[in-house]
Write a protein that binds this ligand. Structure first.
Ligand code: ADP
Length: 477
């Protein structure tokens, strides 16, 4: 099998590699991918530092052209890249192709943004002086990504970083080097100068840690667990470095008595179980008012019975496998915890066998849960959700906000009054009315509050906030 190497200073390098295994079929080896060490990370950072002066002053047309070419190639190869994504991460093929299209759209968006860089010109409060406010590149940006969106998250960090003139050291998650390698290969062939984008596949504790310790990284954008996010924050403060964190969620989906039952069930099934529940915007807290509770639970249970759990590549699969054995053990541990805590198992709860050896788990629904149970407070990151019964809208809102996290929050209601109140009073970065908590656009801000996020928003025009620094220049006329 060919070895997929790291890209450092414009050269593909690395000798020994590790196998990338398909979670739908552990006999299927997708490829062999090089493992970088701490020294490679240092060389990559040095290369990005050397490339920064020229790239940060490069013409906007050059940046536009490279990003546009990348977008076009990703979109042209959406089926092939989507298949690779489904094979290495385990989300279903339609979900994976959808994510790939989104990555292409993100590059397309930032190709356009490269041509729309703008500043402000203001008069000074003093006579005969002009003031210019401009945005400049930050420097070398470290990008550390998780496994659950193997192509979209790298895209929404790499595209704005390059668009605004930064150079990049990119460390993808160990479980999904395939999409990371593919996207870097496309950008490299699209004409990026040497050292502008470097790929260092490897362990978080080695490569990631080496990045955190480098004084030459001007910024780090991170998506992953709360624990690692805290390390990124502590190391970044030490180095006086800009940082942006996207971490966990425990997103509420409120269902009110006046909800359209079909809309509510579709939103809850999508939020809780699609992409195997492995989205930081997934909902695992279904907060349901008394009048609709029993009807909702019955209808959602019926819906779960129809969802096919199987190989991510098979036509007709609704839910692919869990990403690996470790995550599967976490999920089943939480199912055990939910039972011990006294929640009632209404559906699922068991691992299942399919034609191929993989990490298959039934979508699992608890009822009679309270918001104080661990299954309601801690992020599980699997196809496991719990119904919490509440009296009325006021209690629903209070339970929805009673969480350490604040990424996304949903409500199913036909009441304009409650929808409007919820939009205003939900303590989440993103609010969804009659829609799943997951599933966001690529051209508008993404991010949360409380323990979910730190720093400025990602995506859309708001990305400029993180990937640029503002300069205020005064000139005597
Ligand atoms: P997840 O539970 O999603 O795997 P992690 O926070 O462990 O969350 O991983 C997210 C990313 O952070 C991955 O690319 C991982 O390799 C990286 N990472 C893990 N530990 C560290 C660390 N100590 N320093 C830097 N990066 C790390």
């Amino acid at each position: 099998m060919t070895l997929h190497q790291n890209l450092i200073a414009g050269e593909w390098v690395g000798s020994d590699g590790v196998e990338n295994i398909n979670p739908s079929n552990t006999n299927d080896v997708i490829g062999v991918y090089a493992r970088a060490g701490a020294e490679d990370a240092k060389r990559a950072i040095a290369a990005a530092k050397a490339a920064f002066p020229a790239w940060s002053r490069s013409g906007i047309l050059e940046r536009h052209a490279i990003l546009k070419k990348t977008a076009d190639e990703i979109l042209a190869r959406k089926d092939e890249l989507g298949r690779l994504l489904a094979r290495e991460e385990g989300k279903t093929l339609p979900e994976a192709i959808g994510e790939t299209i989104r990555a292409g759209q993100i590059f397309d968006f930032f190709a356009g943004e490269a041509l729309r860089l703008a500043g402000e010109v203001l008069p000074s409060v003093r006579p005969n002086i002009g003031v210019e406010i401009t945005r400049e590149a930050v420097g070398v940006v470290g990008i550390i990504t998780p496994w659950n969106f193997p192509i979209a998250i790298p895209a929404w960090k790499i595209a704005p970083a390059l668009c605004y003139g930064n150079t990049v050291v990119f460390k993808p998650a160990e479980l999904v080097p395939g999409c990371a390698h593919a996207i870097v290969d496309i950008l490299h062939r699209a004409g990026l100068p040497k050292g502008v984008l470097n790929l260092v596949m490897g362990k978080g504790s080695v490569v990631g840690q080496a990045m955190l310790g480098s004084p030459d990284l001007a910024a780090i954008t991170f998506t992953g667990s709360t624990g690692t996010g805290k390390r990124v924050a502590a190391a970044s403060i030490e180095h006086n470095r800009k940082f942006q964190l996207e971490m966990g969620g425990k997103n509420p989906m409120v269902v009110l008595d006046d909800a359209d039952l079909t809309v509510a069930v579709e939103a809850a099934a999508n939020s809780g179980f699609f992409s195997t529940g492995q989205r930081c915007t997934a909902s695992s807290r279904l907060i349901v008012t008394e009048g609709i509770h029993d009807k909702f639970v019955a209808a959602l249970t019926e819906k779960l019975k129809t969802l096919v759990v199987d190989d991510a590549l098979k036509a007709g699969t609704h839910i692919g496998p869990v990403v690996d054995q470790s995550q599967l053990s976490t999920d089943t541990d939480y199912i055990g915890i939910g039972r011990q805590e006294g929640a009632k198992l209404a559906f699922g709860g068991e691992t299942i066998s399919r034609d191929t050896p993989g990490f298959y788990l039934q979508p699992t629904l608890f009822t009679e849960a309270t918001n104080q149970m661990r299954i309601s407070r801690e992020e599980i990151f699997g196809p496991v959700a719990a119904v919490i019964r509440v009296k009325d809208y006021d209690e629903a809102l209070s339970v929805a906000n009673d969480t350490p996290f604040g990424l996304s929050a949903g409500i199913a209601t036909t009441s304009l009054k409650h929808a409007t109140h919820f939009k205003r009073n939900s303590e989440a970065g993103m609010v969804m009315v009659n829609l799943p908590t997951a599933g966001v656009d690529f051209h508008v801000p993404f991010g949360g509050r409380k323990a979910s996020s730190f720093g400025s928003r990602e995506q859309g025009r708001y990305a400029a906030e993180f990937f640029t620094v503002v300069k205020t220049a005064y000139t005597l006329a």
